[in-house]
Every structure is written in C-alpha cells, then in structure tokens.
Design a protein around this ligand. Structure first.
Ligand SMILES: Cc1cc2nc3c(=O)[nH]c(=O)nc-3n(C[C@H](O)[C@H](O)[C@H](O)COP(=O)(O)OP(=O)(O)OC[C@H]3O[C@@H](n4cnc5c(N)ncnc54)[C@H](O)[C@@H]3O)c2cc1C
Length: 477
C-alpha cells in the first residue's frame, strides 16, 4: 500500500510527486497514457508568467507569483532549460495605455517586482519587429520561458530517482474506500492501494472526484491553437509579446521558446466536454491575423508545424487546490489552467506541506537528491568534449536526427533513464529527434529500430504514441 497515490502525470501531478519524495514514505503516480506530459502540460505556451494578470486574492495570483520566484532554482536543480527573457504587453493608443497601467497596478498588488511602462522608442530598442501601430508596452522583467514537457518529465524522473513508482497506461476508472484505504482500479483491472489520493487528472479531474462521490466542481475545455516556426527564425523576438488579456485568456502571444523556435498563438475556443486537439484553418488563420497586428515581417515561411492544447477550467474560475469536501483523504488539484505551469512548484509545496501533511507526518527523506543531471545535447559540446563522449560510447558518433543533430547515444539514454521513453513521440519529447524542419521524415524509421532493439520487442510493437498508433503493420518480405 502507498502512502500517497497521485493521479495524472502532468506538470501538477509531477511536481507534487517529486515534492512527496522529499519525505519518508511510499509514493506512486498513475497516468492513463503510455507516457507522462500528454495533457495540457504537453501543449502550452511555456511562459513563466510574471503574475500581473491574475485577479488579486485568487489562488492563481498567489501561486503564480510564488511559482515565478521558485522557477529558476527549480529548473536549475532539475537540469531543465529556463530563460528569464522578460515579457511585454503591447498597447495601441491611449485607451490601451490606461489598461496596461491598471495591469501594472494589479501586478504590483499581487507582488510582481520591477514592472514598468515603456514608450514606443524604448520598446523598439529591445523589440525592433513590433508593428508601427504599437505605441506603448508594459514590461515585466521577471517573465520567463521553460519547456513545459521537459519540466514535467524532469520532475517525474527525479521523483522516480528518489524511489517514487510510475505506472503508465493506468487509466483510473473506479476508486473505492474500505477501512480508510483507497483501492484505485485501472481500466485493465490493475489495482493500487493508497492512504491518500491526490487528484491531478487535469481535464478529467471532475470525473475522478466523482468516482468518490465528490461532485462539487465541473471542468470544461478551452482549446488553444499554435503555429511553430523553425529555429532559423529564433531571433525574430527575444521577449514574450502579449496583447492585453481578455476574459478568455491572455490573448495571442509571440515568443521565443527555450529551444529557440518562435511560437505564435494560442486561440481560445470553448469546446465544452471535448479535449480534442485538432488544429483548424480558422484557428490558425485567427492566430496569423492577431500576430500581424503585433509584429511586422513575421517569418511564416519558416512554419514547421501547428498544434493545440486544451485548458481545463473549472466553473469556480480559480484553481481548486483543497481537501475534498465529500471524500476524506482525497485532495483535488483541478481547474489548473494558465498560469498552472508557472505555479507548479508552489502548488506542489502547498499540497504536500499544508494538505497531505494532515494525513501523514512529514519526516524528511535524508536520501533525497533533488538534483538531476541535465540531458546534455551532443551538438552543444565542443569538439574535444564530443571526442571524449564518443570514445566512451561510440553511439554518440552516429547522427540519427539530421535537423536537430541528435545522436543514437542520446536516444538510447532517453529510453533507459527515468521516466523511460517507449514510443517515437516519447523519444521526440526527450531528445528533440523529429522536431526539426523535416518533422521526422528522415529519422523516424531509425528511432523505431533503436526503440525495438533497446526494449527487446518487434518493430510492429513500436508505436507513435501508445496503443492504436502502431507504425509498422508487418513485414513485406
Ligand atoms: C493553450 C494553453 C496555454 C497555456 N499556457 C501557459 C503558460 O504559458 N504558462 C502557464 O503557466 N500555464 C499555461 N497553461 C496552463 C498549463 O498548461 C496547465 O495549467 C498545466 O499544464 C496543467 O497541468 P495538469 O497537470 O493539471 O494537467 P495535465 O497536464 O492535463 O495532466 C493531467 C494528466 O492526467 C492524466 N489523466 C487524466 N485522467 C486520468 C485517469 N482517469 N487516470 C490516470 N490519468 C489520468 C492525463 O492523461 C494527463 O496526463 C496553458 C494551457 C494551455 C492549454
């Protein structure tokens, strides 16, 4: 039996899982997909928001500002790329200037430091590609960027390195409670016992709560579609550019990513109880139109892909992070829409220290090691370092992904480290193999071959992204 079971391998469940392993006890995370970071934590803007946007006094405001402060060290410990690039909210004329001023004041009341207003000349000096119609901007130097799935993978990997157990392909479909112990049952019949259940199931968190008779909240989906540009356009902007936020979200943004791509989007389309991530011509057209109002010379010719993520928001319009009002021992973390990624380290600390501690004593795990070696990218090494690495392991001398320059050694490492990659997409998220201009056209077959060899299975069993997405149907000869 586990002391705590986390349901959902997104950035929230992952951060809580890691935080739990700082203490003595046995901890497990279950995830319905074949890999973690497959929900909202896979497809979002990756912005470490400064915290001027959230309503004062809300959990969003509290955890955003705290999380923003914690993020640099959190990423450093986990070997995750983070960049403090600062963010700018663009304004067009006097009315917008006043809106931005209100945002600035709200930010200051939320505890955001060093916010300032910029005039057009000051803005142009740091972002030369903004449109002619932009007259002013709110500058938040504490804004940053991070790769959301890299952060999620690293948190979960570090929890596993510290003794946490991960079960994938474990779709929770029933939970019972007998003599104070939860029995969490998966669709395939597997069962896990736990004293405490922490519900981080994102879009499905209301369904999970209802399994224990808790119907106190509902979750709806709001889709965000994006356009991703190649790294060749990486210096098109250096800060994250927003327009003034609306009720539906923070609006369309233009930003660098930590891997030096340029990201445009997202839309904000209500879609009720659907978590479809299909992109549409209308959505991508909307993004293009909005971006044209923000920047000139947008290098659309460098578009390499489009994708979408779904915000899981609750009818209470704030994060729900609390002991269930209906089921003792259940902790709900639901409605974690933006700024959930930014808030994750702060939410994790609160959930473990203030909520989980009610059920189990927090005795420090003296063996906890919160540091994780960064997954170095071979291409970033000096020639001398490259030679040394190849001398130790010749597989680093074999280039598999030509666009992103990823070697066989890096792919093999991704398959064997925590959490292990078992599909082509899982390899892609960990190594970037297949993320370049050709989108896997050249390397996918090699990745399939390496996965099959390392996992000791046939080619036919290797999937793009879990059961039902098999790539090879059978042998021709
Ligand atoms: C378009 C968009 C843009 C965003 N931009 C930003 C941003 O720039 N900055 C920011 O701070 N935040 C941003 N966010 C918000 C951020 O992405 C989320 O707050 C965060 O990813 C939520 O993490 P989570 O772990 O709660 O949910 P998820 O990542 O969705 O994880 C939930 C997990 O639970 C699993 N699960 C569900 N049901 C079950 C079950 N029955 N059994 C087992 N597992 C189950 C799912 O498969 C999933 O992996 C954005 C979100 C979106 C969609």
């Amino acid at each position: 039996m586990f002391d705590a079971l986390v349901i959902g391998g997104g950035v929230i469940g992952g951060s809580i899982f890691r935080e739990l392993t700082k203490y003595k006890g046995s901890f497990c995370l279950v995830e319905k997909e074949e890999d973690v970071a497959m929900g909202a934590s896979r497809a979002n803007s990756g912005i470490v928001h400064a915290g001027f946007d959230a309503k004062e006094g809300s959990l969003k405001a509290k955890f955003n500002v705290l999380g923003n402060k914690m993020m640099p060290k959190y990423c450093e410990d986990l070997g995750v790329k983070y960049r403090n690039n600062g963010s700018l909210v663009l304004g067009y004329g006097e009315e917008d200037y006043n809106t931005l001023l209100e945002l600035k004041q709200r930010g200051e009341r939320n505890g955001v430091e060093n916010l300032s207003m910029l005039n057009r000349d000051e803005l142009l000096a740091i972002e030369p590609n903004v449109q002619d119609s932009v007259t002013c901007a709110l500058f938040a130097p504490t804004g940053g960027i991070v790769c959301p799935y890299e952060l999620t993978l690293a948190s979960i990997g570090n929890a596993m390195d510290n003794g946490g157990q991960l079960l994938c392909d474990f779709e929770v479909c029933k939970i019972t409670k007998e003599n104070g112990v939860f029995k969490v049952i998966a669709k395939d019949g597997r069962e896990v016992l736990a004293k405490v259940v922490i519900n981080c199931a994102g879009f499905y968190s209301a369904e999970v709560a209802k399994m224990l008779g808790d119907d106190t909240f509902d979750v709806q989906g709001r889709k965000g579609e994006y356009i991703l540009l190649d790294r060749e356009s990486g210096d098109f902007v250096s800060h994250t550019l927003f327009t003034a936020p609306t009720k539906a979200g923070k609006g369309v943004l233009v930003t660098q990513t930590v891997d030096n791509n340029i990201l445009l989007g997202p839309t904000a389309t209500e879609q009720g109880r659907s978590d479809s991530t299909i992109t549409t011509p209308e959505g991508l057209g909307f993004v293009t139109e909005k971006v044209a109002k923000m920047c000139k010379n947008v290098p659309h010719f460098n578009t390499i892909t489009s994708f979408a993520g779904v915000r899981a928001y609750c009818d209470r319009h704030d994060f729900i992070i609390e002991h269930s009002q209906k089921a003792e021992g259940l902790i709900n973390c639901a409605g974690i829409e933006s700024p959930g990624l930014t808030s994750a380290p702060a939410i994790a600390k609160y959930v473990v220290e203030d909520l989980y501690s009610k059920f189990n004593a927090l005795d420090k795990n003296e063996n906890f090691n919160g540091k994780r070696e960064p997954d170095y990218f071979f291409k970033n090494l000096t020639d001398e370092e490259k030679n040394a690495v190849i001398a130790k392991d010749h597989r680093y001398g074999k280039m598999i992904c030509r666009c992103e320059q990823i070697t066989e050694g890096e792919i093999v490492r991704a398959i064997h480290e925590n959490p292990p990659a078992r599909s082509v997409s899982a390899v892609k998220r960990r190594t970037r193999a297949g993320m370049g201009r050709c989108q896997g056209g050249f390397c996918q077959a090699h990745v399939v071959e390496i996965l099959a060899r390392e996992l000791g299975v046939s080619y036919e069993e290797i999937t793009l992204s879990g059961k039902g997405s098999e790539i090879v149907v059978g042998k021709v000869k």
